[in-house]
Design a protein around this ligand. Structure first.
Ligand SMILES: Nc1ncnc2c1ncn2[C@@H]1O[C@H](COP(=O)(O)OP(=O)(O)OP(=O)(O)O)[C@@H](O)[C@H]1O
Length: 352
């Protein structure tokens, strides 16, 4: 298997001149600048194999864009070793440009005043893609992303979702092996988001394109990325599967049982607690009644509760059940808890 990204001890520090307050302070800052160092990325070690889809997640200022800029050869690392598609990003930037595609959700690489078709044609010359290959790629991608209805429209008149589809095609015309996406679904409605995600999944399946996505939208991660990297203050806090992090920090899960209608009367006879919820005696450890609405009973349970199948058996022995489902904690909530409570740092668990 080919390694697409190989970083070891990758770091980037910015030196920022601090401006003193007031006019005199301003003049002094010019003559005698006070410099502060910001460690934007610290000691990042990472390996990404060809064909992986990996999400880069972190709060504002965590170092995601700086990481991507180093991976694309725009920024020179302060320390560490880095290879992307087997190349040294700064030294072999031109060759690297042929292997990577980049899409920034908040910016476009298309020409505002030109119809999308002309922008795509210009990019062919920029990347020096042979005419025939360009046509083949364009035909294929425009079908996948349904560009035909707006390919002759000037870019400035496109909706955000249409422009994003155009930008994706622009980034992929030279068939890069690696695609960086920075907030690819930002500002899009649910339908447009779903369309972009579907496209990326097909692209990855068809071409084996490696995709690295930075996003604040956890649905992007859940839909697209089996692997997730969490960074904060420039440091890697977690590198692993989305499922594993949910399992570890997800907190409580919910069992939703729909009882047979005849059981509603039985439940109605039970004593109630101060929140008005039925008091079920002999509830297993770490299991709580969360809600009762008609025949729908929700039980909340934590890590110390019996396994899910035992819980269902316990409930089934007491009530006639029509249906049982489990609700997983939203990954969005899990990540928020991790940031708020510094859970990963508290565990001192800098994952591999
Ligand atoms: N060119 C620069 N000069 C000085 N400091 C910078 C520069 N670029 C980034 N930084 C600082 O480096 C840190 C990491 O910034 P970066 O843009 O990589 O974060 P991010 O995770 O992409 O944030 P966001 O989610 O807001 O885009 C921040 O403290 C930022 O202020």
């Amino acid at each position: 298997m080919t390694t697409m990204i190989e970083a070891e001890g990758l770091s980037k520090a910015f030196r920022i001149a601090k401006r003193r307050p007031g006019l005199l302070g301003g003049i002094r800052s010019i003559v005698d600048p006070e410099v502060r160092t910001v460690a934007a990325v610290q000691d990042l070690t990472l390996q990404v194999q060809q064909g992986e889809m990996i999400g880069l997640v972190g709060p504002n200022g965590a170092g995601k864009s700086t990481t991507i800029k180093m991976l694309t050869g725009i920024l020179m690392p302060s320390a560490g070793r880095l290879r992307v598609a087997g190349l040294l990003p700064i030294r072999q930037r031109r060759e690297l440009a042929g292997c990577i595609g980049v899409v920034f959700g908040q910016r476009t690489q298309l020409w505002w005043d030109l119809p999308l078709r002309d922008s795509l044609q210009l990019l062919r010359h920029l990347y020096r893609v042979p005419e025939q290959r360009h046509q083949q790629n364009l035909n294929h991608l425009r079908k996948m992303l349904d560009l035909d209805e707006f390919i002759d429209t000037p870019v400035r008149q496109l909706s955000l979702g249409q422009r994003m589809r155009g930008d994706l095609v622009a980034a992929l015309l030279h068939e890069p092996a690696l695609l960086y996406l920075d907030e690819p679904t930002i500002g899009l409605d649910v339908v447009a988001k779903a369309r972009i995600r579907e496209f990326l999944l097909s692209l990855n399946a068809e071409r084996g394109t490696t995709v690295l996505i930075t996003t604040h939208d956890m649905d992007d991660i859940e839909t697209l990325c089996p692997r997730m990297l969490i960074v904060d203050h420039g440091r890697k806090l977690y590198d692993g599967t989305v499922d594993a992090i949910r399992e570890r920090f997800g907190g409580q899960r919910i069992l939703v049982a729909v009882l047979e209608p005849s059981e509603v009367a039985t439940l109605a006879k039970l004593p109630r607690d101060e929140a008005g919820l039925p008091v079920l005696t002999d509830l297993p450890a770490d299991v709580y009644v969360q809600k009762l609405e008609g025949p729908r009973l929700e039980l909340r349970f934590g890590g110390a509760a019996p396994p899910a199948h035992e819980l269902v058996a316990w409930l089934g022995a007491r009530y006639r059940l029509r249906d049982v489902t489990f609700m997983e904690p939203e990954i969005e909530d899990v990540i928020r808890r991790i940031y708020e409570k510094n859970l990963l740092l508290a565990e001192d668990n800098i994952a591999v």
